[in-house]
Design a protein around this ligand. Structure first.
Ligand code: SAM
Length: 428
């Protein structure tokens, strides 16, 4: 099957070493094992070979279904698992449900698979699933975080710290093992370098202290120092208003070239993107880009010629800013400041101190090792290039700042550097 088609159907078959690793995290199910998206039946074959258990699978793809039925000695159902009626008779649900989205859906299909799992499990039954790690940090993943906390005792959340388990699929995955029923004690977060090796226990967290409305990625990514330091800190949004820059929908028109013929008074300096920032502290004269903001109507002749017969030629008003937070960053961490207020593009956030908050203090705080570390926890990674992206709401609510200077500055700096290195390594 061509790669694009395979991706559209979420058909990445799970490597056998990963299957064996997932099953190895589960005790003998002593009953029926089910894969809700069984593909050719790899998980089911491995489970029956390991435990001699009865198996059941669901699969919607006709080709995969045929292969599964030919290979698997058990019940293979050619139905959509998401709308299948649960029978409450399964001891262990295993598998690797599809990480694709149904047309118009706001979340990946695997979220529905996790939601539907409990209806199939018998009391005390387990699930052991390979899932995209996005549910750990995204707001749409809150459904999974909350239902795991409410209905399950979570036993393991394990990620790979080495090669991507699905080379070529631009997604990092985690393995979740959870037992249906209350009584969760400690959630073990682990990492595994080689699937044939053991799991390194990163931390064990009291399930009662975890929250569905918080991101869980930091349990895998953050040092203890991050958790202890952020206690008592306030979100950045309390110290400053964070705004998005210009969205022009036509940069070629609103950010004209030097020879546009537009009068100087209709052009203002513009911070166009992270790569165009002259330095950590810079002046507007050092900025090469310009934004077309015409203060006159009708426009002067040069501007009028540039506008031509275009109808919309004004941008939403923007108050220039002096301090900025980069929306995406790769390796070089710095949050730039201009000596005078300046306009900026949507690739950059403007930081406007609230009343009584010092701009210099904010600039120092946003450039501190603490913020570098906190950004690694609040941001999302872009695959391939490893760029860390910060969503506007995450900038406002997830990033936190200490009101007082932090102790352990050197350790925090080392942890921040390690977190950046780790991100760049894992994004490959
Ligand atoms: C990522 S593959 C995993 C296959 C297999 N479990 C494995 O690990 O090799 C996901 C499978 O789910 C199937 N699938 C997609 N949507 C489904 C649905 N609604 N119900 C059941 N299976 C579905 C796809 O056809 C695909 O074979």
């Amino acid at each position: 099957m061509p790669a694009a088609e395979r991706h559209g159907r979420g058909q990445y078959f799970t490597p056998l070493e990963l299957i064996s690793f997932v099953l190895g995290l589960c005790p003998d199910p002593d009953g029926l094992v089910m894969d809700p998206a069984c593909g050719s039946g790899r998980f089911l074959l491995a489970a029956s070979a390991r435990w001699g258990c009865p198996v059941r699978g669901y699969e919607t793809d006709a080709g995969a279904l045929e292969v599964a039925r030919a290979q698997v000695d058990g019940e293979v159902i050619g139905d959509d698992f998401v709308s299948a009626e649960g029978r409450g008779d399964v001891s262990l649900i295993v598998g690797n449900p599809p990480y694709v989205r149904r047309r118009g859906a706001k979340r990946d299909l695997y979220v529905d698979f996790v939601e539907r799992a409990a209806a199939h499990l018998r009391p005390g039954g387990r699930l052991a699933l390979v899932l995209s790690n996005a549910w750990m940090d995204t707001s749409y993943g809150e459904v999974i975080r909350s239902l795991l906390l409410r209905d399950y005792a979570i036993e393991w959340i394990v990620e790979g710290s080495g090669e991507n388990w699905f080379p070529g699929a631009k997604v990092r995955t985690v393995v979740v093992v959870a037992r249906l029923g209350a009584g969760g004690d400690r959630v073990r977060f682990g990492s595994v370098a080689e699937l044939s090796g053991g799991v390194d226990l990163l931390r064990a967290v009291d399930q009662g202290a975890m929250r569905g409305d918080e991101a869980w990625g930091p349990y895998l990514r953050a040092p203890d120092l991050w958790f202890s330091s952020r206690e008592g800190m306030q979100p950045l949004g309390q110290f400053a208003e964070i705004r998005r820059g210009f969205t022009t929908n036509d940069n070629g028109f609103f950010y004209p070239p030097a020879d546009s013929g537009i009068e100087e008074r209709c052009l203002e300096p513009l911070l166009k993107g992270p790569k165009r920032v002259p330095g950590a502290l810079f002046s507007a004269e050092e900025v090469r880009d310009r934004v077309f903001l015409c203060p006159e109507d009708p426009p002067p002749p040069g501007a009028a010629a540039w506008i031509g017969d275009r109808e919309a030629w004004t941008l939403r008003a923007q108050e220039p800013a002096r301090l900025f937070l980069l929306k995406g960053y790769h390796r070089t961490f710095r949050q730039p400041m201009c000596t005078t207020p300046i306009h900026y593009d949507q690739q950059i956030y403007g930081v406007y101190p609230r009343a009584g908050v010092s701009l210099d203090w904010l600039a120092r705080s946003l450039n501190s090792p603490w913020t570098q570390l906190d950004l690694e926890m609040a941001g999302r990674v872009n695959f391939g290039d490893g760029v860390l992206w910060l969503a506007l709401n995450d900038a406002r609510h997830k990033l936190r700042l200490p009101a007082e200077p932090l102790e352990h500055e050197a350790e925090i700096a080392a942890a921040a550097a390690a977190a950046t290195e780790r991100r760049l390594r894992l994004a490959k």
